[in-house]
Ligand binder design. Structure first.
Ligand SMILES: Nc1ncnc2c1ncn2[C@@H]1O[C@H](COP(=O)(O)OP(=O)(O)OP(=O)(O)O)[C@@H](O)[C@H]1O
Length: 685
């Protein structure tokens, strides 16, 4: 199925190609063809940058490396060795693709570099290559290299037409590639990487592979466009192709237009190149950077999400403004020429879209950003909850607290409110009765930990933990702060590797497996502080888990299933909302729905009840019970022992990285060693 965007892209390409092909008949001078060719070059470069940096969030300052290597491949091969120009174009793409893979391997495999470190690495690459070209006489030697004019087939008309049509073709292929990536599985993976890379990896996204693919695509497009650029400028110098202005321009274009959409860099390139041309034509070259920088600073300050989002929110207003302003100036014909009128029209349309569109873009978030108080609550809660005296006393004497907010038994609907006290009593009896037959219902061993240790420098977070978890269990993992619970969850999900020991999941050794492969074996997890993909809707957050889970589906097939998972946690009415619209409890539920959607054998819940009020705890516990009843084995880290006492089929207590107790909740909670671990140390401080 071809989408509307694809049809629009094809139509635009055909119209622009016709403009070049019939430029003589249309009276289009070489000036316009050169300007259009320049716009096409920048569209290709900005799109190349955006496929990596916009889509995946890996901000690169190294675009000049592709322009330089692409341009010099063509200049040296055709200018010094007489190689046919048309052969140098794919060679430039190939060389830049290999360069990109090399940089990617260093950044992602050797160092796992991110953020400013990745940006600095990419900045260093063109510097090194520029110096190499400057000192190497067979490349440049500081003299510059001439690009001979190729034999242009008659069908293309003159050289300006040929240069323009070639640049247009490269730009169209680049934009089509960006469009295809955005609407593919790879686009979803890159968006997840941008939002929360480690979460994406643990959820089943092969992050390294997708980042390398983005690097490769970015490099090939950048290199081919660099080769076309060499022909456009005719004489390649180190300064013209390896200069800092190239990365700065593509970043400005991407950020200005919008980094998360294929059309963003196109909008940015058209606006910046035409504006720059107009400033030059009025002799304002010296002011060029000041005016461009000022416009950029203004637009970025008021529309940080880029122009595309604003234009999309108010397309008719923007189009109307463009037509009225440009058309009005043309009719009045009191000043400038067609380019001036167009640039003024585009600027007015952009400003109007920003001012009017901001309300609509903001309105997408009806409840505002996640309240800071929620975050604070999530962070503070573990310490409060671990205040041992209170919680353990409650747990050991659980009978005395039945009346307080203990959830109803298995199968209660998620949309019902907190269970009445009487129901809670019944539920506990039912749970106790269930517990009796629990051992019979358990399946084979799913998780095996053998003498697992994990050290962080001198800190022994875990020491010789040996543990079996059987299919059908709901294991509560408890222990004082710093006892190693989260570290164990991180080791099981593959986020960390053990210093020593072996971990198996369903018989497979996962000790050194990549997290996304562990997810495919059947492990899913949630986080203590929820970590949704912020740029995606609630529905797509869950759909991602299905797309990259054990039985992967395409996005359009994953979405309806995602809605069913949302319904089981009573979040289906918020499917179109964004995570920022949800409160902490809803975000915790979203984490659970997302984890379950990957169809795991084992679900690891890291403090899924932290920071919730009693009614929310009840609801979350009901959801956990329902997930368990669906056949998923659960390991839950939780400080609320009275809740675990009734929810878990078994408790494992960690203390200072070792396994202190393991068994039925009531037995474990009455174990003197456990009581000492929680109360003793504090009591004797
Ligand atoms: N990435 C890390 N780097 C260094 N030390 C770490 C790291 N992760 C955990 N630790 C240390 O390992 C020990 C166990 O930490 P862990 O977070 O697993 O405990 P926890 O039982 O989950 O605690 P809490 O209940 O407070 O979440 C602590 O001393 C902690 O400081």
């Amino acid at each position: 199925m071809i989408r509307r965007g694809g049809i629009g892209l094809l139509a635009a390409f055909l119209i622009l190609a016709a403009l070049g092909a019939f430029s003589d008949q249309l009276g289009l001078s070489s000036f316009y063809l050169i300007l259009l060719g320049s716009i096409c070059f920048w569209i290709a470069q900005a799109t190349s940058w955006n496929i990596l940096s916009g889509y995946s969030g890996y901000f690169s300052f190294g675009q000049a490396a592709y322009v330089g290597v692409g341009a010099y491949t063509t200049a040296v091969l055709s200018g010094r060795h007489g190689v046919d120009y048309f052969l140098t174009v794919p060679l430039a793409g190939l060389l830049c693709g290999l360069l990109a893979l090399g940089v990617g391997a260093v950044a992602f495999r050797l160092g796992s570099l991110r953020g400013e470190i990745f940006a600095l690495l990419t900045l260093a690459v063109p510097f090194i290559l520029a110096a190499f070209a400057r000192i190497n006489r067979s490349i440049d030697g500081g003299q510059g290299t001439t690009v001979p004019i190729p034999d242009v087939p008659d069908a293309f008309g003159g050289l300006p037409q040929f240069q323009y049509l070639l640049a247009l073709l490269v730009a169209a292929v680049a934009v089509a590639a960006a469009y295809a990536v955005q609407h593919s599985r790879m686009g979803s993976a890159l968006a997840a990487i941008r939002d929360a890379e480690d979460v994406a990896e643990v959820m089943g996204v092969a992050t390294f592979r997708y980042k390398m693919l983005a690097m490769l695509l970015s490099g090939v497009i950048g290199g081919v466009a660099g080769s076309v650029f060499a022909l456009q400028i005719g004489f390649v110098t180190v300064e013209s192709v390896f200069g800092l202005t190239i990365p700065l321009f593509v970043i400005v274009m991407g950020v200005l237009g919008g980094r998360t959409h294929w059309l963003g860099p196109v909008i940015g390139a058209v606006l910046i190149v035409t504006l720059q041309d107009r400033l030059s034509s009025y002799g304002l070259d010296a002011w060029n950077s000041i005016i461009l920088g000022g416009v950029l600073a203004l637009l970025v300050a008021v529309a940080p999400d880029g122009l595309y989002a604003r234009l999309r929110a108010r397309p008719l207003v923007a189009l109307g403004a463009l037509v009225v302003v440009s058309g009005g100036l043309a009719v009045l014909n009191v000043w400038g020429d067609i380019l001036d009128w167009l640039v003024v029209g585009m600027l007015v349309a952009s400003l109007l879209a920003i001012v009017l569109g901001s309300r609509l873009v903001g309105a997408r978030l009806p409840f505002g950003r996640r309240p800071a108080a929620d975050v604070a609550a999530a962070e503070v809660a573990p310490d409060q909850a671990a205040s041992a005296e209170a919680v353990l006393a409650e747990a050991v004497h659980a009978e005395a607290v039945h009346a307080e907010a203990v959830p109803a038994g298995p199968g209660t609907g998620a949309d019902s409110g907190p269970a009445p006290a009487g129901d809670a009593d019944d539920a506990e009896e039912a749970a106790a009765a269930d517990g009796a037959g629990e051992a019979d219902r358990l399946g084979p061993v799913l998780i095996e930990c053998r003498q697992v240790a994990r050290y962080f420098g001198g800190v022994h977070a875990l020491e010789d933990v040996t543990l079996d978890i059987r299919e059908g269990e709901l294991v509560g993992l408890v222990g004082p702060n710093g006892s190693g619970k989260t570290t164990l969850i991180n080791l099981l999900s593959g986020a960390f590797r053990p210093t020593r020991g072996v971990i198996r999941l369903d018989g497979q050794d996962i000790t050194r497996m990549a997290p996304h492969r562990i997810a495919h074996v059947g492990m899913a997890r949630t986080y203590q502080i929820p970590r949704p993909f912020d740029s995606m809707t609630v529905r797509d957050n869950v759909a991602m888990a299905i797309m990259f889970g054990r039985e992967p589906l395409a996005l359009h097939r994953a979405r309806p299933i995602a809605e069913r998972h949302l319904a089981t946690v009573a979040l289906d009415h918020l499917a179109d909302a964004h995570p920022a619209d949800l409160n902490l409890h809803q975000r915790q539920l979203l984490e659970m729905a997302r984890a379950v959607a990957s169809n795991p054998k084992v679900l690891l819940l890291d403090e899924a009840l932290a920071g919730l009020n009693p009614a929310e705890v009840d609801n979350a516990v009901r959801v956990v019970r329902r997930i368990h009843e669906s056949g998923i084995t659960i390991v839950i880290v939780e400080h609320l022992l009275r809740v675990l006492n009734q929810l878990a089929t078994r408790l494992v207590v960690l203390d200072r990285g070792t396994c202190l107790a393991d068994g039925e909740p009531q037995v474990v909670l009455n174990d003197p060693a456990v009581i000492r671990a929680y109360l003793g140390r504090q009591a004797h401080v």
